[in-house]
Design a protein around this ligand. Structure first.
Ligand SMILES: *Cc1c(COP(=O)(O)O)cnc(C)c1O
Length: 454
């Protein structure tokens, strides 16, 4: 019998990140300079990002990047993360499917984001920088980054989407405990913040807007760079540690998954989880089904357009080709479960466009029903984001029940739900509602896409 938890020995932990782009025939489209519409160069990107991270961002060819010793040591504080066989969930669903989940919530920041935060902080420190700036939505990324920065003794300035700043004081206090400064966005501190406040007084903010503010501060303060917790190819590279560990653990027991499922906000956990498996698929060595799960209220892959768009509301960042809802898109106010970014990683977008990955969208009450069942039978209280993957995994397992197929399903359980109790409260009070944007709403937002003819 496969044990409930498959752990790796320290010696079995990955020593290099895997760069999926090296095996993609159709490479993700390059970031473009919004002024010239030419691919962003190393020299154009390094005022914004750390040098080494720019190298990783632009590298579509190097298959493996060695994980520096200091980062591997940090990883040992909370990795390897367990891969759990969901025996209890299987029993509750009465399904012949075999379900596994990789749990990334076993660290104080509560999610997989720490995997990339520590890498980005390490390279910033190595470059001799004073500090970094970033944005955060629900607060997981800001929390992860503040932990990583305190470890490497770097200053950390976080612009937090105003609605989360007000509704989620606990994550904010974790960040401050680790020494970060946290500013609600949009703020009066930046030009772009003031501009957005003028155009939209009373706005509760958005990730895109917070990004614009953080970039402005990073590029105007000497010794600072901007770091981003998702979407970018470098972040997917760092997150490949999730997939590499998962594959190593499964290989120990000769288990080959049929379906690999992950929630998709900007695409980093999913891109990391599927990386080595997708690599095998791209090389023709094995076949898997990959499913990206997104909220029906923010459906970039399933209803967005594959086009060049701004990564931020303030339109100061490079253009990325991705499935997007338009950089002005803001999910409706009742949307509770994270995954609210308007676009999707260029790597995942290209894989989806090439038919190598599927995508599905789920409504939030169904997501919380899945979360509740999972918490009750498996014990772990899942993050709302992660629960999108749980929903899809349950749905696939229920299909197996109908057909009698014994499929092996692996999903990413990206984080804990401890700091998301306001959303759970809404659900428990029966006050959670679903919202699916109309085609007209999406069209209006997509109308703001930049005109790029290539
Ligand atoms: C940020 C976050 C996500 C979504 O981000 P991706 O980049 O799409 O992985 C999912 N789950 C948790 C717990 C998160 O904190």
């Amino acid at each position: 019998m496969v044990p409930y938890k498959i752990y790796l020995e320290e010696s079995e932990m990955p020593k290099a990140w895997y760069n999926l782009r090296a095996d993609m025939k159709n490479k993700p489209a390059p970031l473009l300079n919004p002024a010239t519409l030419k691919p962003m160069t190393f020299e154009e990107l390094t005022p914004v990002f750390c040098d080494e991270l720019v190298r990783q961002e632009l590298d579509n060819d190097t298959r493996f990047f060695e994980i520096p010793e200091e980062i591997r040591e940090f990883y040992k504080m909370y990795r390897p993360s367990p891969l759990t066989r969901a025996y209890f969930l299987e029993r509750a669903l009465d399904t012949p499917a075999k379900i596994y989940y990789k749990f990334e919530g076993n660290n104080t920041s509560g999610s997989h984001k720490l995997n990339s935060a520590v890498a980005q902080a390490y390279y910033a420190k190595k470059q001799g920088l004073k500090g970094v700036t970033t944005e955060t939505g629900a607060g997981q990324w800001g929390t992860a980054l503040s932990m990583a920065c305190s470890f490497f003794d770097l200053d950390c300035k976080v612009y937090m989407v105003k609605v989360s700043y007000e509704q989620k004081p606990f994550r904010r206090e974790v960040m401050r405990t680790y020494g970060a400064s946290v500013t609600p966005s949009p703020s009066e501190e930046t030009q772009v913040g003031r501009k957005i406040l003028e155009a939209h007084p009373g706005t509760t903010g958005s990730l895109g807007c917070a990004i614009s503010e953080a970039v402005e501060v990073a590029t105007s303060l000497p010794g600072y760079r901007y770091v981003l917790g998702s979407v970018l190819s470098q972040v997917l590279l760092h997150q490949s540690v999730i997939g590499l560990e998962t594959k190593a653990a499964l290989d120990k027991y000769g288990i080959k998954p049929d379906i690999i499922i992950g929630c998709a906000g900007g695409g980093s956990n999913l891109g990391g989880l599927i990386a080595p498996f997708m690599g095998e698929k791209l090389q023709g060595k094995a076949d898997y089904r990959f499913i990206a799960v997104e909220p029906a209220s923010c459906p970039s892959l399933t209803r967005g357009r594959y086009a060049y768009d701004f990564c931020d509301t303030g339109m100061v960042c490079p253009l990325a080709k991705m499935y997007t809802l338009g950089s002005n898109f803001i999910p409706s106010a009742n949307h509770a479960g994270g995954l609210r970014y308007h676009g999707m990683s260029s790597v995942l977008s290209q894989l989806y466009a090439d038919g190598l990955m599927e995508a599905t969208s789920v409504e939030q009450t169904a997501v919380f029903e899945a979360a509740r069942l999972f918490a009750r039978v498996e014990g772990t209280l899942p993050a709302p984001e992660s629960s999108h993957a749980i929903r899809a995994a349950i749905d696939e397992a229920l299909k197996c029940k109908e057909t009698g197929e014994e499929k092996t399903i692996v999903f990413g359980l990206t984080g804990t739900g401890y700091f998301d109790m306001t959303a759970y409260q809404k659900f428990n009070d029966g006050q959670m509602t679903d919202y699916i944007p109309s085609d007209e709403e999406l069209e209006a937002s997509l109308a703001t896409l930049p005109k790029v003819d290539l």
